[in-house]
Write a protein of this length. Sequence first.
Length: 224
Amino acid sequence: MSIVNFIDEDIHYAEKILLGNKTFDINEKLPIIKRMDKSISVMACPGSGKTTALMGKIIALVNHLPLNDGKGICIITHTNVAINEIKSRLGSRGDILFQYPNFIGTIQAFTDKFLSIPFLKQAYRQGITAINDEYYYQKMFQRKKEITILKKYAYGKCGRDYSKIDNYIKSIVLRRKDGEFDFCTGDKSLNLKNKSSDTYKALYSLLVDSLFSQGILRYDIHTC
């Protein structure tokens, strides 16, 4: 296992990029940046410099990549704030951070790249375009013909309450049942027995042909 030992030049490099003529706080940020042999848990209030300390450590690492044993580094964040800042500050000098075997991204990007997408590709033998609720619903409601038919169906299911129609349509998920597709709300099947009905054909066209077959998925656990 590679253990990186930062030298003064690494720290000065990070300081110049992040702070200009200033230096990292010797009692707080510098120990966090330099510590590479053990885990560190940083608890601090907003605006205290957590992101700056993280970026300082990452930037100092750049000059040590690739690691001697061929391994990479994995940096997972909750948001893209630090990632975008690193891209902005380092420019092309930071490209190595985003190349194999390294990974830098959000927890969602990590799970999509290394868990969800590989599993779905193996399970369903097809490419994945996106796993994103917002994008999924955007593409869904662009299909005006199918949505018009489904709104009529949803109108009856929602007690004729127009305000609930769109959410009802969004709640319909695609599942596998006995090797075939099934349409459900939560764990309950819609029990659409007549595959020639307008409702069934609209759902199949929308959820299977237009979304699933194009590799457009959402996060719902029931979505195939």
